[in-house]
Design a protein around this ligand. Structure first.
Ligand code: BDP
Length: 708
């Protein structure tokens, strides 16, 4: 069990004999080998053999009784006449019926049929044998993965080894793994993949790479219904194409993009479209020429339109050299500031892709206010499955509960229910497009994400993008059964660890909405609260001896609270009505400020860090109680990571607590912080080849001393 099969292991189920009504054969209503319906037939054959131990043949004959029939509604009607449920199906949706002697798996399109086949297999793999009959449709049309792969084979914020798509500047020759990944994505109903980094390299547009995209990657993924998309570098016409400009309103630039787009579509006729990061963190964009972001987005929209493509234009636009001394400056304001006057100015095939919070995938953020600003523009939500700020898969952090908080946030646009999930589905503002982008960053490691337990996040991403009303714990339960089988103790332990993991991580990292408090300048991994201030990146805590937090109120601060619709804005404007877990996101307060719990801010910090680290300690014995109940390979791998997390949680606890203790000089009511009776300071040991060193800033080491 190296994790490569993830939740598609098709392991034999103990109660296989209880499934009495298994049909005798499989009928796949398309026998073209590259079609998703053909793939569905093969998958059913393989899955049933593994799960139930029965070998069924697949054929294309029209015999329906006592068969598993998989195909599109159209093909079904052609073969057998009437299909009543056809009208209820939306694109990518499917109908599944296991009532009677025939199993029907009918998709609105080919992709839907494949999704239905995976659904059926997931049911039997979990021993959900009772007869069912239902239609399932997606919450939103766009359900994509984003993979920040570089052309040299490295992956930005990837924690699982190098790229499965690129090597040494080119598309890889062997796309077996890419096809396997497409299969995995299809099984969670992800219908698109953008394979290269948003900080894009224009050499992807070379003849050789376009050829590789078409003849290898797109061809490998097409049978799974996963459409390929690419990220673009805005300056390509100049840096790569040899033009003197990349001004989006220059006709030569426009023509250059139209031309290269036609070339790509000639090789990848069903490409989904483009993803664009512009004018952010030093990337080029339309603002370079005083053009608007809409001018930039629409240029690409025109190029892909004749091919039916769309443009995902990122709202993550900000300047990473913000002047911190100006109290009014705030990176959290950037997205709304840049986009508010552009609502209605984007072409119909543009979707603005918005990170879930106003800053950057932090452990706690409010929903981005931009979701409620754009009413005449299609939008999508960007989530991170690769937990850049959340332990990078060396810590267990099950993310579905975090995502659900954002998706269920009600922004009260026009004082009406306006949950983020209903905005990105297109429903709330009646938009034709909308959906989801998840930054996954799988790599060559057999476990895909570098950690077996982290795969629940990818599974949950697909599940929620299809149906955000699902409960985090239910999704997890399905994933555990499919990944680890039916042992009740395994279910109990992984559920407990996973459901406690995000609160624990929040407790031992950044509390009360202060952000994650990782090293901010590059790694985003371990604790480094000192790095949060004194830089241009705009992820500030504004901590000093007496007080902490960003004042984002309208009356005294950066005005960010006022970017929300009135009801929500009024709530965030006042300390009393701001939830404690966002207090320091919206307010600058004294460490002695009392929370609703009655504790002071600083005492909450101290206590939460002890609680969070203590919870992480429990994960090790919990996991150890599973020894022998799951295979050794995965047991050992997870064990290694849990031991690391337990230790690193202590590092987090002490680093953060010590830092604020040194800074505020406020004692811990329980006399733990700054007081470690069993700890031996490194500088007190006899040092061989090391010297004590006074650290700067002084808060970063106990006794202000490290050794070098
Ligand atoms: C930040 C990442 C950086 C990405 C950027 C983005 O640290 O690597 O390029 O987001 O999303 O969180 O564009």
């Amino acid at each position: 069990e190296d994790g490569s099969q993830a939740w598609l292991r098709y392991a034999p189920v103990p109660k296989a004999s209880e499934y009495h009504s298994l049909p005798a054969s499989i009928v796949a209503l398309n026998n073209t080998k590259t079609s998703p319906v053909y793939v569905a037939g093969q998958e059913l054959e393989k899955g049933i053999k593994g799960i139930l131990g029965k070998q069924l043949g697949v054929d294309g004959t029209s015999k329906a009784s006592s068969s598993i029939v998989v195909g599109t509604a159209e093909a079904y009607k052609k073969a057998y006449g009437e299909f009543e449920e056809a009208d209820e199906l939306e694109p990518d949706g499917f109908f599944l019926s296991t009532e009677g002697s025939t199993v029907l798996i009918i998709g609105q399109n080919e992709r839907g049929a494949l999704y239905g086949a995976f659904e059926y297999l997931s049911r039997i793999a979990q021993q959900k044998f009772s007869p069912v009959s239902y239609v399932s449709n997606p919450h939103a049309p766009i359900r994509w993965s984003n993979e920040w792969n570089n052309m040299d084979g490295s992956i930005e914020r990837g924690y699982s080894g190098p790229s499965i798509f690129f090597r040494n500047g080119f598309v890889v020759d062997n796309v077996t793994r890419a096809a396997e990944y497409a299969r995995l994505l299809a099984s969670i109903r992800i219908n698109g993949i953008v394979i290269n980094n948003v900080n894009a390299n224009a050499t992807l547009l070379s003849e050789r790479n376009i050829e590789g995209l078409g003849s290898r990657l797109a061809d490998a993924m097409r049978p799974y219904g996963v459409q390929l998309g690419i990220s673009l570098n805005f300056a390509s016409p100049k840096d790569f194409g040899g033009l003197s400009t990349f001004d989006p309103l220059d006709p030569a630039v426009d023509a250059w993009w139209a031309n290269i787009t036609n070339k790509i579509y000639a090789r990848v006729p069903d490409m989904s479209g483009y993803l664009v990061k512009a004018n952010s963190e030093g990337q080029p964009g339309p603002l370079t020429y005083n053009r608007t972001l809409a001018d930039g987005a629409n240029m690409f929209a025109r190029a892909v339109k004749p091919h039916g493509g769309i443009v995902m234009f990122r709202a993550f636009v900000y300047d990473n050299h913000i002047n911190e001394s100006n109290w009014k400056n705030d990176r959290a304001n950037a997205a709304v500031d840049f986009f508010k006057d552009l609502d209605g100015k984007f072409d119909e095939n543009v979707v603005v892709q918005i990170k879930y919070g106003p800053i950057d995938f932090q452990v706690r953020e409010p929903a981005s206010p931009l979701f409620s600003t754009l009413r005449k523009t299609s939008t999508s939500i960007e989530l991170q499955i690769t937990p850049e700020y959340l332990g990078q898969n060396c810590h267990l952090v099950y993310l579905a509960p975090l995502w659900k908080e954002i998706l269920n946030s009600d922004l009260r646009a026009d004082d009406k229910p306006s949950k983020v999930k209903d905005i990105v589905s297109g429903q709330r503002f009646s938009r034709p497009l909308g959906g989801w982008a998840g930054v996954v960053n799988v790599g060559t490691n057999s476990s895909w994400l570098g950690s077996h337990l982290a795969m629940s996040n990818l599974y949950a991403y697909g599940a929620l993008a299809w149906d955000p009303s699902l409960e985090s714990e239910d999704i997890l339960g399905d994933w555990i059964r499919l990944t680890f089988g039916f042992d009740a103790r395994v279910m109990e332990v992984i559920t407990e660890m996973s459901m406690k993991s995000w609160p624990a991580y929040e407790n031992y990292s950044g509390n009360l909405g202060i952000q994650t408090l990782t090293d901010i300048l590059y790694t985003h991994f371990g604790p480094n609260p000192a790095s949060q201030d004194g830089n241009g990146w705009g992820q500030w805590t504004r901590a000093d001896k007496f007080s902490i937090g960003m004042d984002r109120t309208v009356k005294n601060g950066t005005g960010n609270a006022g970017q929300y619709p009135p009801e929500v804005a009024a709530r965030y404007e006042e300390i009393e009505t701001t939830p404690d877990n966002l207090l320091l996101w919206f307010h600058h307060v004294n460490y002695t400020q009392k929370l609703k719990s009655g504790k002071s801010v600083i005492q909450h910090f101290y206590d939460a860090h002890y609680e969070g680290a203590a919870t992480a300690q429990t994960f090790v014995p919990l996991w150890e109680s599973l020894q022998g109940r799951i295979d050794d390979e995965r047991y050992n791998d997870v064990h290694f990571r849990q031991v690391f997390q337990a230790g690193h949680a202590l590092v987090w606890r002490d680093a953060i607590n010590q830092f604020y203790h040194n800074l505020s000089e406020i004692p811990d009511d329980h006399e733990r912080v700054g007081n470690h009776p069993y700890r031996i300071e490194a500088e007190k040991m006899s040092l061989n080849g090391y010297k004590p060193y006074k650290v700067s800033p002084f808060h970063t080491a106990s006794g202000y001393t490290a050794i070098v």
